[in-house]
Design a protein around this ligand. Structure first.
Ligand code: SER
Length: 612
């Protein structure tokens, strides 16, 4: 089945069961400092899983474009991709296991026509005080028996390392405040025999390639606390199924890159490089995967840089260029065109953005060439006897030159070149020593990432919420001072600071900056109440709600009011589309200060503010 068909069937199936389709959140998340990219459908729904009411109700469905940077190094096998689409359905304290599991089974076997005999499932075996999930097991048994299959052969129990899901992974890795729960996973079995290299007997979580996980229903009902786990105020279902893997199952195709979604892209790579996929699988998979991810990331307004999302994009593009070079590829254009062709039925905006996407990719190709030549210059200076010195031209480096691991590492940190890239320039170095330097470096950056994660999620969440409300006040204050043409173009709020982007053509004057600060401080002093209402989109527009929102599929929206309309106040100060959460009274914010204002390019400015 084609991607678009599966998406349509899935949405229809759950709409018929009372679900409302919600829009696909941006790949670069708004107001979530804990992560660079949206990596699952549930991520934008965290406040609602924790108990905030969702404007569209308690049964939701969507298809979420997702990206997992941690999988970059796994790309090259037959099942991993960094970018993928996730089918998702949610119950926010509404239905639970006895509806979710039979629906999932019905969808897979009746709508996608997957033979039930190809399906195997896993269930949670228990962890500390949280019991083994015999309820899910019972439901699966009945379902398998109903199609004359022996449940004993296809139902497997695993512990928290496999059948527990949270954004942070296993229970022990979850920060305080994080929601999670046991899950039940569905695996598709391919017609290949077990490879004993991976263990004596095969089972769903065996890595030999016989089984592929295609669906995961999380029973999101716990929250981590300082003393273990407590029940959330509601029992949720969070279902996620990777579209690319579902296609592989419906086509009984073990290699994702040979399914109807990827095969035409691979064929284009074969044609433009005059090489055969069978002999160059790894390189071709990397080119296809990384270019697809880059196309989507660029379409989400990220540009290659050395920071955050921009850095990930740069890494993807450069790895992709390298692999394309290894294949002696020249025309990346035809590959990009084919990607747009394959994805336009689900993401039509790619067509309109194609020229821009292509430009960004080609420009980065040029930048990368310059970087490589600078890297060679750096080495030539340090090792004057290299071939390049003698030949006087960098392209004429012949043979290999031994350089120190420290210099190789500095090419990695300052020029962004990976060990393989450095070697392909003709330099050899002590790989083991390099790995040691890398290990140290990663330890430091992991420690940084951990602090960021915990900071955004739990311990400082109060600070983040204050920053969020202050952002609404600042948004309105900017409009008061600069005019109503000003609106938000992006934001990112951490417990340390608020970052807010808006359209404006010039630097703010001292006077304007001071006025914005004064207005925000005044509103804080007034201790205005904050509340939200869920209303039809048309009404929200009518009352002049501002802010970023997506009109697609959104009939009802959540609108936050700061000040009024409460008794005694005829008009709210700020009315804005927003999912929350916010403080209850502005007086909970103690201080507000703009610390920096800068240009983000034409007609786009960025403000940083400190909020306490
Ligand atoms: N959150 C779960 C996952 O990402 C199910 O949606 O697998």
């Amino acid at each position: 089945m084609k991607a678009g068909q599966i998406v349509d069937e899935y949405i229809k199936f759950f709409e018929e069961r009372g679900h409302v389709r919600i829009s696909n959140s941006p790949l670069v998340p708004e107001n979530d400092p804990t992560t660079l990219f949206t990596s699952s459908g549930m991520q934008p729904l965290v406040p609602y899983l924790l108990g905030e009411p969702h404007p569209q109700g308690k049964r939701l469905v969507n298809v979420q474009n997702s990206f997992r940077a941690q999988d970059i190094d796994e790309i090259g096998d037959n099942r991993h991709t960094t970018f993928f689409r996730m089918l998702g359905n949610w119950s926010l304290g509404d239905y639970f296991k006895k509806e979710e599991i039979p629906w999932l089974f019905e969808f897979l076997t009746k709508k996608l026509n997957i033979n039930p005999a190809k399906l195997y499932v896993t269930v949670f075996d228990g962890f500390e005080k949280i019991k083994r999930d015999i309820e899910s097991e019972k439901i699966w048994r009945t379902l398998f028996e109903s199609v004359n299959l022996n449940p004993d052969e296809r139902t497997f129990f695993y512990g928290a390392d496999k059948n527990w899901w949270s954004r942070a992974g296993e229970p022990k890795d979850m920060p305080v405040g994080e929601p999670g729960g046991p899950d039940t996973e569905v695996f598709y079995q391919f017609d290949v025999s077990h490879d004993e290299k991976f263990g004596k007997t095969c089972h769903p979580n065996c890595q030999c390639g016989r089984f592929l996980e295609i669906a995961n229903s999380v029973f999101m009902q716990y929250k981590k606390t300082k003393n273990g786990f407590e029940e959330l105020p509601q029992k949720n279902v969070d279902f996620g199924g990777g579209l690319e893997r579902l296609i592989a199952a419906t086509e009984n195709q073990q290699d994702i890159f040979q399914t109807s979604l990827f095969a035409p892209i691979i064929t284009t790579i074969e044609n433009t490089t005059a090489k055969n996929y069978a002999l160059n699988q790894k390189e071709m998979r990397v080119v296809a995967d990384h270019m697809i991810a880059s196309v989507f990331i660029i379409a989400n307004n990220v540009r290659p840089s050395n920071k955050e999302q921009g850095y990930i994009l740069r890494r993807l593009l450069r790895r992709s260029f390298d692999n394309f070079d290894l294949l002696n590829g020249e025309d990346i254009n035809s590959v990009l065109e084919k990607i747009i062709d394959q994805y336009k039925d689900t993401d039509d905006y790619l067509v309109e953005k194609f020229a821009l996407i292509k430009n960004v990719i080609l420009e980065e190709g040029q930048t990368y060439k310059r970087t490589l030549s600078e890297a060679k210059k750096f080495i030539r200076k340090k090792y004057p006897s290299t071939g390049s010195e003698r030949a006087g031209s960098m392209d004429e480096i012949k043979g290999t030159t031994e350089i120190s691991a420290e210099d190789a590492f500095s090419l990695y940190t300052s020029h962004g070149l990976s060990p393989t890239q450095i070697e392909s320039l003709g330099f050899t170095f002590d790989r083991q020593k390099f790995a040691g330097l890398m290990g140290k470096h990663q330890k430091i950056s992991r420690a940084g990432a951990k602090t960021k994660f915990a900071g955004g999620l739990a311990d400082h969440s109060e600070a983040t919420i204050k920053g969020h409300t202050a952002t609404h006040l600042m948004h309105q204050a900017l409009r008061d001072v600069l005019g109503n043409q000003v609106h938000q173009t992006g934001s990112n709020i951490t417990s340390e600071r608020v970052r807010f982007d808006f359209n404006f053509e010039r630097k703010l004057t001292e006077e304007e900056r001071r006025k914005v600060e004064e207005i925000v401080r005044q509103r804080i002093k007034e201790n205005l109440p904050v509340h939200f209402e869920i209303m039809p989109l048309s009404k929200a527009k009518e009352i002049g709600a501002i802010g970023l929102f997506d009109e697609k599929y959104q009939e009802k929206v959540k609108v936050y009011f700061v000040g009024g309309p409460e008794p005694g106040l005829d008009k709210a100060y700020s009315v804005e589309f927003c999912g929350g959460p916010h403080v209850r009274f502005t007086g909970e914010i103690k201080s507000f200060k703009i610390i920096k204002e800068e240009s983000l390019g034409k007609n786009n400015r960025r403000i940083y503010a400190e909020v306490e």
